[in-house]
Ligand binder design. Structure first.
Ligand code: KG4
Ligand code: ZN
Length: 373
């Protein structure tokens, strides 16, 4: 196996780490150094493959990863001007995520580690989302409260250090991004739903509908619940009870066929009002619980990661909150909020801490449930 530390008589050579990310529907690879320089980053999005289904189809995702993972790794090496001979370690996100998707990345990483005699490093995808803040800020962000808001997770962590994460709370049902995606589907907006709702919300009145803010008033819990909020939107748009067959089915056959049988077409101004009111309710919950987590831990830094952190209204409200309460806020630029392999640079911290995996490393699929009760 290649040495991973320089001897004391030699100057420390820069280590180059290949990071691989295939937890959900983005195939990504990056080359980072142990000084946290990013030599290259490649992300192959699968949005176009899943759009017509209104959400990620796991089997389609894993098949697409199989086709793309090697070209994406090759492209990352090419962009960095390197070959595999120049790579010193390989890191891979092995949890949480979709089983088939995780397996593709892990198999690629293990194969490279075995064939090239390189150390293998396991990355937790959620911790990596927080580490994106470290990468973007260029300086240490720990200790901090970590808020991960993605398609599968809405989780709060006490992050004492880059290898020391303790769950504080999380969603008890849907994730924030999942709620965005499902409400978007109901409104006939394209997948991924978050950006589509954000665009529709720009012209809307966030006070037009008073949707619930589940668990927000419960100061004993750092948890979220977005399923009821999603249902409240459904009741407003479709009405309560079972869907009648008449009328709605016909919409599925139209030129812009939407696979959600509950899809309703609203006029643009009503749609914008629903989108803005829904978005505001989600943002209220996320900001409120992040503030509570900071108060509980006594930490003065909040790091936010995950696709929903790309939401401009959330970023604006968190910036207001940080100014009001006097804490440091880190939210990465958009490209580092959604899934990418640069955030896999957290592997550098794990390498330094001697946390090297062996070839028995397995996937831990499914969501990482962090709810406090
Ligand atoms: O972190 P991510 O890329 O993948 C997961 O690990 O899930 O997050 C994807 C999620 C999707 O649910 C998507 O709708 C949401 O992030 N998202 C947004 C925005 N951009 C992406 N949600 C709200 N506003 C956005 N601008
Ligand atoms: Zn993610």
């Amino acid at each position: 196996m290649k040495p991973i530390a320089a001897t004391s008589s030699q100057p420390a050579a820069r280590l180059r780490i290949l990071t691989i990310e295939t937890t959900c529907d983005e195939t990504a690879a990056a080359i980072v150094t142990d000084e946290l320089d990013v030599l290259s980053s490649v992300v192959a999005s699968q949005d176009a493959l899943h759009e017509r289904f209104g959400g990620v189809v796991p089997e389609i995702a894993s098949r697409a990863h199989v086709e793309r993972v090697l070209p994406v790794i090759d492209e990352a090496l090419r962009k960095a001007g390197l070959t595999l001979d120049d790579v010193d370690a390989v890191a891979v996100a092995n949890t949480p995520g979709l089983a088939g998707s995780l397996l593709v990345g892990l198999t690629a990483a293990k194969t490279l580690a075995l064939a090239r005699g390189m150390p293998l490093v396991a990355v937790n995808h959620l911790q990596a989302h927080i580490y994106a803040c470290r990468m973007a800020s260029g300086h240490d962000v720990f200790p901090c409260v970590g808020l991960i808001v993605s398609g599968g997770h809405s989780s709060l962590y006490c992050c004492a250090g880059p290898t020391d994460f303790t769950p504080l709370g999380g969603t008890i049902d849907d994730a924030a991004g999942e709620a965005f995606d499902k409400v978007a589907s109901l409104l006939g907006l394209p997948y991924p739903g978050g950006p589509a709702i954000e665009r529709a919300a720009v012209a809307g009145n966030p006070k037009a509908h008073r949707f619930p803010r589940p668990l927000l008033d419960d100061a004993t819990r750092l948890d979220f619940s977005f399923s009821g909020l999603k249902t409240a939107v459904r009741y407003l748009v479709v009405g309560p009870g079972k869907l009648k067959d008449s009328g709605i089915g016909a919409q599925r056959l139209g030129p812009n066929a939407c696979l959600n049988p509950e899809h309703r077409t609203l006029n643009p101004s009503s749609l914008s009002d629903v989108a803005a009111s829904f978005q505001e309710a989600v943002v209220d919950c996320l900001v409120g619980k992040a503030e509570l987590a900071l108060a509980r831990t006594g930490y003065r830094t909040l790091c936010v990661g995950g696709g929903v952190a790309a939401n401009r209204r959330l970023r604006e409200r968190l910036a207001q909150s940080a100014a009001e309460h006097g804490y440091d806020l880190h939210i990465p630029p958009f490209a580092l909020c959604t899934d990418n392999a640069v955030m896999g640079a957290i592997a550098v911290e794990r390498l330094r801490a001697g946390k090297i995996a062996d070839l028995s490393l397995d996937i831990l699929p499914g969501p990482e449930r962090t709810a406090s009760k």
